[in-house]
Design a protein around this ligand. Structure first.
Ligand code: SF4
Length: 279
């Protein structure tokens, strides 16, 4: 087996442009002001967070802890209430909200203004979903087909989705709602980097003997990618770092596909690829 493994890495694996830009803004602000605060982690990846901490990017729980430097609002959006608090307290804000997240906020407001009942296909409690939900009164989050069925009959509904949803999950939920909603308008707000990442992982999982997905166990997006790859290739494994890669996974294998969640930094992906190539 040594030297025979052919490794193909998904072209756009890892950070999406929204997260890359947010990290860049955090670094620049920390350099300019000595430090920058964030309410929660910028990405669901321990390595990326530790790297930012070294660069004086500090995670705090509330705005009141951030008195001596600007606060960065993260890529996946922030509830309006926090924007108002920041303004009242005179906190300087660096807005790193992804333009594609702002587009979801815009679409959900339009749907609400047209008199529709609002649904969001997304993960309960996820920061992006919480901020989308806060843009309008009474939006309901649906995360599973069972939750969609429980909605019952609705006359007029508008639906958006969290940017990182699996297309299959959204399709299944929309199919159910179509049977229950008389006048339904769905705006597909899964962002294009997510769609591209999902497409590439499906292609790689189908043509390789083994599929490796790099990402933290705390990342919902990575979990979804692993499950989609597993359906196409039972020899799919998730790793958090190069140390997790196990020799026995590659017995008899010739081709390996590698992809990563949207929160996995490039150097981590490279380390995993390096480790597989060494086998
Ligand atoms: S996943 Fe999509 S919407 Fe979210 S930050 Fe990245 S590019 Fe923007």
């Amino acid at each position: 087996m040594p030297g025979k493994l052919q490794v193909t890495v998904a072209k756009d694996a890892g950070f999406c442009f929204g997260v890359r830009d947010a990290i860049e803004k955090a670094r620049e602000t920390a350099e300019k002001f000595g430090k920058v605060y964030m309410l929660g982690n910028i990405v669901h990846n321990e390595r990326a967070v530790a790297d930012l901490e070294k660069r004086d990017v500090r995670v705090v729980k509330s705005l009141s802890e951030a008195t001596d430097a600007p606060v960065l609002f993260r890529a996946h959006g922030t509830v309006p209430e926090l924007w108002e608090h920041a303004k009242e307290q005179g906190v300087e804000i660096v807005d790193a909200t992804c333009p594609l997240v702002y587009e979801i906020h815009h679409e959900i407001k339009k749907l609400h203004e047209s008199g529709r009942r609002i649904f969001i296909v997304g993960d309960h409690g996820h920061d992006e979903v919480v901020a989308i939900q806060a843009q309008v009164p009474d939006a309901t989050v649906i995360s599973t087909p069972a939750e969609a069925r429980a909605i019952g009959r609705v006359k007029k509904a508008g639906i958006v989705s969290q940017s990182t949803q699996m297309i299959e999950n959204v399709q299944e939920i929309i199919n159910i709602l179509m049977m229950q909603v008389f006048d339904l308008k769905f705006v597909n707000t899964i962002c294009f980097p997510t769609r591209r990442n999902q497409d590439q992982i499906k292609e790689l999982a189908a043509v390789n003997d083994v599929m490796i997905v790099v990402g933290s166990y705390t990342s919902a997006n990575t979990k979804r990618l692993v499950s989609v790859a597993k359906k196409l290739n039972s020899k799919t494994y998730q790793v958090e770092s190069a140390a997790d890669v196990k020799n026995e996974w590659f017995e008899g294998a010739e081709k390996v596909g590698v992809s990563a969640g949207a929160s996995s930094p490039d150097d981590l992906i490279e380390e995993v690829v390096e480790r597989i190539r060494e086998l």
